[in-house]
Design a protein around this ligand. Structure first.
Ligand code: GAL
Length: 366
């Protein structure tokens, strides 16, 4: 650590931060609170890039008035503002017109095409959360500019690996009507949410991307009126679905999916569905990304565990050069003044019985 500090100073860099302080103001290299909410990290050529939602002040600040912001860092503590990676459009006819909802952007690098690919949750302007779509953008340079390609529902006209005969029955009457949310006592299969959305494509709201060791990428989203998680394989260029997907946690109603892999096992974290208000997190483990997934409870163990320490998951950072070192990345939303939202990053710890847990620390370092 001392050697690293000397090197940084020799290079003339201003390394102000040497720790994480969850929930505090996190200033970038210009002294401005980092504006990258619902974010994700891409590690590329020894640099971490943090992409997230650029929020604005006051009412309406949760809508996409600017776009996706990107920052870079070599140590995860000190972040340089690299500007807007994907800008919303001034054209009212664009899918990503100013004022749309653009959430949880995630960027992955495709070694075959040498392109940076961004997927995000997209809700067309003035449609509330009924669109439940994905937006896809691509760039030649990691910090952008990203070019918007298209939006889509997930896996239109395709059945998942674990489809049941009941899903292929005609969906009629009340069940044929698309609904944002199910009633608390409704099971998604009792109203056949999967069959309901078969033609148009499945809902995709809160989402993340995960790239496995073999370079295969997956899209993980909250689907079927937020009642089921869908895990889908992406094509080799990362720009589409292959059509192979699975329903997981059927009827368990989770949002905010985030994944990491350790020693060949896949770990999942999600939240309950209470909008911007924090709630109790859930976690799960599986021997394959396709499952079977075993739920292993709320990973938070200290005071305020029932609100995930006032946060909601968005991503797990794999720390480069440190074996089995992962950081939980969560958002503390402030919907009344969205730009003030805080970042809750905590170290992932493991228990002897195979769970991962998150302790609260006011301040910590790697
Ligand atoms: C949360 C979700 C956020 C945002 C919010 C809107 O549950 O995780 O990304 O969509 O709802 O109320």
């Amino acid at each position: 650590m001392a050697a690293a500090a000397v090197i940084l100073l020799a290079a003339g860099a201003q390394a102000q931060n040497t720790s994480f302080r969850p929930g505090q103001i996190w200033s970038d290299d210009k002294g401005v609170h980092i504006n990258a909410h619902g974010g994700g990290i891409l590690y590329y050529r020894n640099v971490y890039y943090w992409f997230g939602e650029h929020k604005t002040e006051g009412p309406g600040g949760n809508n996409a008035n600017v776009g996706v912001h990107v920052y870079s860092s070599k140590d995860l503590y000190n972040w340089k503002d690299c500007g807007i990676a994907l800008a919303v459009s001034d054209d009212p006819a664009s899918d990503i017109t100013k004022g749309c909802i653009l959430e949880r952007p995630k960027v992955i690098y495709n070694a075959r095409t040498k392109k940076f690919v961004m997927w995000f949750h997209l809700e067309p302007k003035n449609g509330g959360y009924d669109g439940a779509m994905i937006g896809i953008a691509q760039a030649d340079k990691v910090t952008g500019p990203y070019t918007y390609i298209r939006c889509t529902r997930s896996n239109p006209q395709t059945w998942p690996v674990n489809v049941l005969p009941l899903h292929k029955e005609p969906v009629t009457g009340r069940n044929a009507r698309e609904r944002s949310n199910l009633n608390w006592n409704e099971h998604p299969d009792s109203v056949n949410t999967l069959g309901r959305d078969f033609q148009k494509g499945q809902h995709s709201r809160d989402m993340t991307l995960f790239v496995d060791d073999d370079g295969k990428a997956y899209h993980i989203c909250s689907s079927e009126s937020n009642s089921v998680i869908h895990i889908s394989e992406l094509t080799d260029d990362y720009l589409d679905f292959t059509g192979k997907y699975v329903r997981a946690f059927i009827g368990d109603r989770m949002e905010a999916p985030a994944l990491f892999k350790k020693d060949g096992l896949y770990y999942f974290m999600g939240s309950e569905c209470t909008g911007w208000a924090p709630n109790r997190a859930r976690s799960a483990v599986a021997p394959s990304i396709w499952g079977p997934w075993t739920q292993i409870g709320n990973p938070c163990v200290d005071r305020d565990s029932e609100t995930t320490y006032h946060s909601q998951s968005t991503f797990f950072i794999q720390v480069a050069g440190k074996k089995n070192t992962f950081i939980y990345m969560g958002d503390r939303w402030t919907p009344d003044n969205a730009i003030d939202g805080r970042y809750i990053w905590l170290p992932v710890e493991f228990t002897p019985d195979g769970r991962f847990i998150l302790h609260w620390y006011d301040e910590w370092s790697l």
